[in-house]
Design a protein around this ligand. Structure first.
Ligand code: SAH
Length: 273
């Protein structure tokens, strides 16, 4: 009968197979329709799809490629990109996750916390470097970092500042950061086990303050410990309950607040753990 599919006989003969296949594929394939993506989103998506491959994680090439992808997301500050190209992120994540170390993603570091995405680390430090004091000196000067985590961002900051004082409230993470950073032997780094909502008064004032956990407000201690001309960058809960990246500049006329993009950070908590 004419509606029957041609039977395939074994062993198959290629000359017969091709005519049999041609008969059975009479429905033409239609192209998939997709809604148009914004050009900017498409660029970011394209950047995400390029996965590091072919070289060992110790290779500078892997980091260089990560930096190329960061540039596609709009990051421009050469000093920040240079630091991102130098610090071996895979040394800050668990062995089971090293293959993802150079993807633009946050990863678990234990105790319900995460290592931040490379693009957000670079973005926040780029903003920090736009403060008056940093613009004048070309350095972040004395930095207070709240939320050391595994110490990755601390290592990036150390390359762009005079000294970094980094506070962590979770004891095992403080210990882990000590271990991770010991290998880099960076004399500019001082790790502090404490509650970062209180800042770190003994080494204040700071030209730069960077906060890696999302709070409800900007802590008073941070404003008190910010040097004149200094800048603070922190994720803060906005009126609609979502986190926004907030920049605070300490000027001669007082504090100037500017809100930037939406972000998603682990919560800022008080007290020690
Ligand atoms: N800077 C890290 C991000 C770590 S996640 C990086 O390089 O990726 C945020 C960290 O903030 C967590 O380790 C969490 O324990 C810490 N944290 C939250 N509240 C804190 C507080 N009040 N004081 C100090 N650290 C705090």
């Amino acid at each position: 009968m004419s509606t029957q599919r041609p039977a395939l006989k074994f062993p198959l003969r290629l000359d017969r197979l091709s005519s049999a296949m041609a008969l059975s594929t009479h429905v033409p394939a239609r192209p998939l329709l997709r809604p148009q993506a914004l050009l900017q989103h498409a660029a970011v998506e394209a950047a995400r799809r390029i996965v590091p491959s072919g070289v060992g994680l110790d290779s500078a090439d892997v980091r260089r490629r990560m930096v190329e992808r960061l540039k596609l997301t709009g990051l421009r500050d050469e000093a920040v990109l240079g630091a991102m190209a130098a610090v071996p992120r895979h040394q800050f994540v668990d062995t089971a996750l090293v293959n993802q170390a150079y993807e633009d993603t946050s990863l678990p570091i234990g105790h319900g916390q995460t290592i931040s995405k490379p693009s957000i680390v670079a973005r926040m430090i780029e903003l920090l470097r736009g403060g008056a004091a940093a613009l004048t000196t070309g350095s972040l000067g004395h930095v207070l970092e709240v939320g050391t985590g595994c110490g990755y961002q601390t290592a990036i900051l150390a390359r762009l500042s005079r000294q970094v004082f980094s506070v962590e409230r979770v004891r095992p993470l403080y210990d882990k950061a000590r271990q991770n950073l010991a290998e880099l032997r960076d004399a500019q780094i001082r790790l502090v086990y404490g509650d970062g909502t209180l800042g770190h008064a003994p080494n204040a004032p700071y030209a730069s303050i960077i906060v890696s956990a999302g709070g409800d407000v900007i802590a008073q201690a941070w404003l008190d410990q910010l040097a004149p001309g200094g800048r603070l960058v922190a994720p803060v809960r906005a009126a609609d309950n979502r986190q926004t990246l907030m920049v605070v500049d300490k000027t001669a006329g007082g504090f100037r607040h500017t809100n930037f993009e939406r972000v998603y950070f682990v919560p800022l908590r008080s007290g020690l753990a």
